[in-house]
Design a protein around this ligand. Structure first.
Ligand code: F0G
Length: 466
């Protein structure tokens, strides 16, 4: 159906509801202190609006719940596996389909086979778990975002693109040491920005020229395909499913965290055409995850993924999905909140460096803002900045290139009034941003430290004025 009206509505009605976690300010202060100023340590019943992630937080459809009941729980050769394999093959065109329990399991399996200490992986941007799974093998993960990707206030249609010139230079200078080029669609670490088909095509061609396999990290492939339809010349009249298939046709394989655009709470896969590599991946899968027809998932999970991969390409859904994030951005822009423009596919990325210029990177301005949002309105967001990507090397602190607060929007979960509420809280926080204080790091692990880090207000006195 073509939608002629100005108001884009949620293309679903609600069958099942769950209560939100209302708390007092005193309860939130205590939760924050107890949790070491780390949002990963806050119990979810103490969160009102949870924008920590769009991963595994989708509301499933009645069709998916029906699929859950149909799930075949046979250890080997379950009917649900074949439904899953068919759905992944129809979408991606790849013959070898390997289920895993979530995206990082696919990363661990693939990089433990093709990584190693003399290797370098290239990407528009590696997500944090992707980087970690590369680095634990001793390999290097090099991000090559297109020029302009870090100019957050400037609009760009495809700020998720890879820098093609830098890609060619790296492939040339590190010849023989690059096992794979990985394009993250959409680019989660830099604003949920899409990659254009033109860039995918050019990247694919360059990789072919160097004989290096090209893979997609396709956690948010459908959102990327919708942006191509809306923004790239020649795609306006193409069904989004065809656009998605064209994206996959340019690659030799992909890995997916199904917790995003497959609209499920758990799952993922690796898919490729290289039968030898797939065989090695399956061997690693069986050792660490489970047999090759379930890969750490229940049969019912496979069934839900098979359905979700089709549902996510419904154009009414994608129109609503992308518009609702844009609407969020419209409200924040009006409230004077600086964020990565344009709004991403799965969330808004607030630029804490611009919003809190007085807090230096080593006092984690984005995390300070995350904490203030929680205190003010029970809103849970996530830092993508120096807490996530900063490094302490030989006693010297190296900050991340950005200090962002991601407000990730779970799929089919919150309504417009929830988002209006978040905008109202944000406007209030923005008005008194000068009173927000920085944080100091007390404890952190070596890899993925943001999950386990403990922090405390820097200096003395109360952390935040209210
Ligand atoms: N790749 C991308 C682009 C991701 O965004 C994620 C997860 C993964 C891989 C890993 O997948 O969580 O299923 O193991 N992103 C989540 C997020 C955690 O909040 O953005 P996973």
């Amino acid at each position: 159906m073509y939608w002629n009206w100005k108001t884009i509505i949620e293309p679903f009605k609600i069958k099942s509801v769950e209560p939100l976690g209302f708390t007092t300010r005193a309860e939130r202060e205590k939760a924050l202190q107890d949790g070491g100023y780390n949002m990963f340590n806050i119990p979810s019943d103490k969160v009102l609006i949870d924008l920590l992630t769009d991963s595994g937080t989708s509301a499933m459809s009645s069709e998916q719940w029906a699929g859950i009941m149909r799930g075949d729980e046979a250890y080997a050769g379950a009917r649900s596996f074949y439904a899953f394999e068919k759905s992944v093959r129809e979408l991606t065109g790849f013959r070898e389909v390997i289920p895993v329990h979530q995206g990082r399991a696919a990363e661990r399996i693939l990089f433990s086979i093709i990584g190693g200490s003399d290797k370098t992986f290239l990407s528009n941007s590696h997500f944090d778990t992707t980087r970690a799974n590369i680095e634990v093998t001793g390999a290097e993960a090099l991000d090559l975002p297109a020029p302009g990707a870090l100019e957050f206030e400037k609009y760009g249609d495809f700020k998720g693109d890879i820098d093609l010139r830098a890609l060619e230079t790296a492939l040339d200078s590190k010849a023989g040491r690059i096992p794979l080029v990985l394009m993250t669609v959409t680019n989660n670490s830099l604003g949920g920005q899409p990659v254009s088909m033109q860039n995918l095509r050019a990247c694919s061609k360059i990789c072919r020229g160097f004989g290096v396999p090209f893979f997609l990290d396709c956690a948010r492939f459908a959102e990327n395909a919708w942006f191509i339809k809306k923004r790239e010349k020649g795609y306006a009249d193409r069904p989004v499913v065809d656009i998605a298939r064209e994206m996959f046709s340019l690659a030799q394989g992909c890995m997916m965290s199904a917790k995003k655009d497959a609209l499920v709470n758990m799952g993922g896969f690796l898919a490729m055409n290289d039968a030898d590599l797939a065989k090695r991946c399956r061997e690693a899968l069986i050792v660490g995850e489970g047999f090759s027809t379930y890969g750490g998932l229940a049969g019912r999970d496979l069934e839900a993924i098979a359905i979700g991969l089709r549902e996510v390409l419904d154009e009414e859904y994608l129109r609503y999905r992308i518009r609702s994030v844009e609407y969020f951005g419209d409200g924040l822009r009006k409230a004077g909140v600086p964020f990565v423009e344009p709004p991403g596919g799965h969330g808004i990325y607030v630029d804490a460096r611009r919003m809190l210029p007085r807090i230096p990177p080593h006092e984690y301005p984005a995390q300070a803002l995350v904490c203030e949002l929680y205190l003010a309105g029970g809103i849970r967001a996530v830092e993508i900045g120096s807490l996530m990507f900063g490094r302490h090397r030989n006693g010297i602190f190296e900050p991340a290139p950005m200090e962002l607060v991601r407000l990730a929007v779970p799929r089919r979960v919150y309504t417009q009034s929830h988002i209006d509420f978040v905008i109202e809280v944000f406007a209030d926080v923005a008005r008194r941003s000068n009173s927000i204080r920085g944080l100091k790091l007390i404890e952190a692990s070596e890899h993925l430290s943001h999950f386990t880090a403990r922090l405390a207000p820097s200096g003395t006195g109360p952390m935040m004025a209210s």
